[in-house]
Design a protein around this ligand. Structure first.
Ligand code: PGA
Length: 256
């Protein structure tokens, strides 16, 4: 399986800044066999950046989109509008769940809309600090996974990626802590068990599972060697060119 290195720029960079960053990133990146580099700029930058990007080197990702293709939905951008512009879309990020009120039902519809429009969804799941403290981590993972995948047919599971992002490990969360390799391995094991129960062992094995939460060039190597982890979803560190390119280099070394 490929290793996926995904930079989530969140609500940062103007279109001009995003374009300059991408220009520099493209210059510093070559086409790495076995590594898929992906960047997720703000929605407004996706169209211009889709003209600028070299798809042999990296791919574009949306941070979100709406589940209906068109209609009276003021302010939304649909997956069908993004079709052809992006290859991936982050769906169900914890910031959308907890700041913008997205629930598993909406997330399931978004996953289905992404697949329908030939965009590969990255379904984000993960427990909060208090859920972990109350021993609910496994239940939260199971619920968010089964909820988010509820509209995905057997034939389509190979189009989905999962990102395990414990909310308490996300760098922008107050008092964020680094997740330990064992905690991640345990969560990934539960994710594969759930996938196996729904889709069978063979399909479950083929679904890429990424880790995200305060990933940097100094811990990327440790996280990429956690059993079952196939890549990284990187927020803060992806905004710093040298950090992001260093993480790609680490991924290359781990792959070799
Ligand atoms: P972080 O963000 O790397 O800044 O912790 C990760 C994410 O929220 O996807």
């Amino acid at each position: 399986m490929k290793t996926y290195i995904v930079g989530n720029w969140k609500l940062n960079f103007t279109v001009g800044e995003a374009s300059i960053y991408l220009h520099k990133l493209l210059r510093k990146t070559s086409n790495y066999r076995g590594i898929e580099v992906v960047v997720a700029p703000s929605a407004i930058a996706l169209q211009p950046l889709s003209l600028q990007i070299d798809r042999h080197k990296m791919k574009l990702c949306a941070q979100n989109a709406f589940y209906r293709d068109y209609g009276a939905f003021t302010g939304e951008v649909s997956f069908s509008q993004l079709r052809g512009l992006v290859d991936y879309a982050i769906v169900g990020h914890s910031e959308r769940r907890y700041i913008l009120g997205e629930n598993d039902k909406m997330i399931a519809k978004k996953i289905a809309a992404a697949i329908r429009n030939k965009i590969r969804p990255i379904l984000c799941i993960g427990e909060t600090e208090s859920e972990r403290a109350f021993g609910e981590t496994a239940d939260v993972i199971r619920d968010q996974l089964t909820g988010g995948l509820s509209e995905v047919a057997d034939d389509d599971i190979d189009k989905v990626m999962i990102a395990y992002e414990p909310v308490w490990a996300i760098s922008s969360v107050k008092g964020a802590k680094l997740a330990g390799p064992d905690e991640i391995a345990e969560a990934v094991k539960i994710i594969r068990e759930v996938l196996t129960n729904i889709y069978g062992a063979e399909s479950a094995k083929a679904v890429p599972v990424l880790f995200g939460g305060s990933v940097s060039s100094s811990n990327a190597g440790a996280y990429l060697t956690v059993p079952g982890v196939n890549g990284l979803l990187i927020g803060g560190a992806s905004l710093i060119l040298s950090e992001f390119t260093d993480i790609i280099e680490v991924a290359k070394r781990v792959k070799e």
